[in-house]
Design a protein around this ligand. Structure first.
Ligand SMILES: Cc1cc2nc3c(=O)[nH]c(=O)nc-3n(C[C@H](O)[C@H](O)[C@H](O)COP(=O)(O)O)c2cc1C
Length: 191
């Protein structure tokens, strides 16, 4: 089949997010005058590494409102053990509700920015907002520079950040997720 997105796909559910999959999940923590906030965003990725920069995108909900107000945000990695807790933090709660408290997520302080983080996360990227770009359709993309990195001690094995220690969760389409289980190592040609 072929479809023009502007004309509809004719399927029961939009396949777009199942096509661009798996996507990493940014568990975004923020702090602003309304309080602390935590929510998952899978329109998320690293976009360059010198200096390291990441993006996440969505509507002008609490996370982006707070990132705009404070100029900072943190991206926490979601481990398999926190999968359901992560989902609980996506509930549409009134602005000012602290999802750390709502979902029982351990909170710690960031080091390089004034922002909360998930204390138990395998890794956290502390970020300074560089740009907030309006997207066609009304959503926004936040680009941040990583100014601090936390790695949980048990996840650093033989000098590598070892994802088999915690199994990252990835977002697929629909209501589906993947738990990363298997590593396949393949040197690049010429290396
Ligand atoms: C795994 C997962 C990924 C999500 N990704 C996004 C996303 O990329 N953009 C978005 O706008 N909402 C996304 N959502 C929905 C938000 O998490 C949800 O709207 C949340 O209430 C927003 O919280 P906030 O208002 O505290 O920012 C996602 C939800 C889940 C469970």
């Amino acid at each position: 089949m072929f479809y023009h997105p502007a004309q509809g796909h004719g399927l029961r559910h939009n396949p777009f997010k199942a096509i661009v999959a798996p996507r990493p999940i940014a568990w975004v923590s923020t702090r602003a005058s309304a309080g602390d906030n935590l929510a998952p965003y899978s329109f998320f990725n690293a976009i360059t590494d010198a200096p390291p920069q990441v993006m996440f995108a969505g509507g002008m909900k609490d996370s982006i409102t707070n990132a705009q107000e404070s100029g900072v945000f943190a991206v926490n990695v979601v481990e398999a053990a926190m999968f359901e807790v992560m989902s609980a933090t996506s509930a549409p709660l009134p602005r000012g509700t602290d999802e750390f408290t709502h979902a029982g997520v351990p909170k710690a302080e960031c080091h390089s920015i004034n922002c909360p983080r998930v204390g138990s996360a395998p890794a956290t990227l502390e970020c300074q907002v560089l740009q907030i770009i309006p997207l066609k359709g009304g959503d926004y993309m936040v680009i941040g520079e990583v100014t601090g990195v936390h790695l949980r001690d048990d996840c650093v094995v033989a000098g590598r950040f070892d994802i088999t220690r915690f199994h990252p969760m990835a977002r697929l389409g629909y209501m589906d997720y993947a738990r990363i289980e298997t590593l396949i190592t393949l040197p690049r040609p010429g290396e």
